[in-house]
Design a protein around this ligand. Sequence first.
Ligand code: 5GP
Ligand code: ZN
Length: 114
Amino acid sequence: MTDCLFCKMAAGEIQPDVVYEDEQVLAFRDINPQAPVHVLVIPREHIATLNDLEERHAELVGRLYLAAREVARREGIAERGYRTLMNCNADAGQTVFHLHLHVLGGRPMGWPPG
Ligand code: 5GP
Ligand code: ZN
């Protein structure tokens, strides 16, 4: 999608602060971090929301989590702990409509989330 911010990052047209990348996945620092470590893991393929996932994406979703695991290791938060989450649509506060997995850590997380 040409008008999608995260597609532009995946295509290299905009260069975010990349933490991890491979053929299918890109992980970069959030521009407005909500914790000392706040990284977004995205598929290079444009998928708007969690609702738009298809059966064929099953392996890709696994790769998002494997990338999150690697991000946590590289950022030194794997043992202490971290949170992964995806916001879907309005009630969850989704603002960028290209699937992304938040990886948050470096401080204790409250529960339940707001
Ligand atoms: P959502 O609210 O859709 O789950 O999360 C979107 C995230 O994208 C937000 O945490 C926001 O700070 C981040 N974001 C929005 N625009 C940019 C940008 O241009 N660069 C980076 N690195 N993050 C962005
Ligand atoms: Zn996109």
